[in-house]
Design a protein around this ligand. Sequence first.
Ligand SMILES: CC(=O)SCCNC(=O)CCNC(=O)[C@H](O)C(C)(C)COP(=O)(O)OP(=O)(O)OC[C@H]1O[C@@H](n2cnc3c(N)ncnc32)[C@H](O)[C@@H]1OP(=O)(O)O
Ligand SMILES: O=C([O-])CC(=O)C(=O)O
Length: 377
Amino acid sequence: MSEATPTLYKGLVGVYADVSSVSKVMPETNSLTYRGYAVQDLCEESNFEEVAYLLWHGELPNAQQLAAFQAEERANRALSPALLRVLREIPKDAHPMDAIRTAVSFMGTEDPETADVSDAAQRRKAMRLLAKLPTAVAATNRLSKGLEPIEPDASLPFCENFFHLVFGKVPQPEVIKSFDVSMILYAEHTFNASTFTARTVTSTGADIHGAIAAGIAALKGPLHGGANEAVMHMLTEIGSPEAAEDWLEGKFDHKALVMGFGHRVYKNGDSRVPTMTKYAEKMAEVVGDRRWMETSRVLAAKMMRVKKIHPNLDFPAGPAYYLMGFDIPMFTPIFVCSRITGWAAHVFEQATDNRLIRPLSHYTGVEQRPVPPISAR
Ligand SMILES: CC(=O)SCCNC(=O)CCNC(=O)[C@H](O)C(C)(C)COP(=O)(O)OP(=O)(O)OC[C@H]1O[C@@H](n2cnc3c(N)ncnc32)[C@H](O)[C@@H]1OP(=O)(O)O
Ligand SMILES: O=C([O-])CC(=O)C(=O)O
């Protein structure tokens, strides 16, 4: 006798799984706050390092607190020789997200406080991850192209150091500002799939390296963070604004997903898109190439007209990173370098008021039956 089907929440749509004081998504007004501050205000008035501090401590830092935070981050950027050897062994054609996930697992084995899941130790480990992830992402990218990794430069702020690690030079301030804005916008977004994954791992009492490695695994998927790469592959495949409408018609004919559009929570527009689009436009001006933003504009207009579906943050972030000169497989790893801040804030919060995350499933398989002997199978 099969049981009646209980109310199911497939994809956990509309389910409140816990309380959180880290950020708030307000789909009714297309807005987002981090610890009470509107994200677009943080983009204009603050920077990624301040936002990282805000997410982890609940308040924006004063000058002294910021200096101490920056000093700790800058002191922890170097990778161990053993980790560099691991990165050299990873096949050159492996996806960088797999390399970064591996790097985080390895960092866990090396970390002096791996097994200590006290709040203070978890926070120190989060800082080491924040500091080392850009070094690992840049090293992975350079090694995949047969180039030697570059040593971090402790005299440079977080975003400038990232460009130094990837390209060996720091670009003009407009480029740094656009990158910094993308890092703020990508930092945190309530119970998205990767953050919920990190919280689930934390709920078992496991350490932060495990939670972050799992978060990276979840972020890689094209329905989540992987979409920023997919957007740029789509734009390069389309090639020009003139080709965009026909290309999209073809997708509609096949009922295919169009990457960078749609969102589980925002149904009337992603709060972060206007700000990211503004800074992607600035990148198009700096580089003097309007092709990708024009193609994006045609796609977004037709998606709205025909499907009534809005773009999400990955839509403008993809071309912005391309115009900054990053290789497409680096886009989601860059997202990791930002989202480590939100993931860690949720790890701290989950551990502080923990209950094991363990939902139920409604069984629809075969009824209970005897195990036949192997001769009878
Ligand atoms: C930073 C981030 O992670 S943002 C998200 C990045 N992901 C992407 O850009 C991938 C493309 N988008 C998608 O796959 C989806 O919109 C998701 C996964 C983000 C959200 O999924 P859901 O909340 O389950 O989608 P939702 O219920 O709103 O879908 C409603 C309808 O719109 C369609 N739809 C949603 N997004 C898209 C899209 N990008 N292209 C075409 N159709 C779409 C769905 O297929 C569905 O159609 P149906 O009713 O005929 O079945
Ligand atoms: O909230 C989500 O589901 C996905 C998203 O936009 C994010 O993680 O930034």
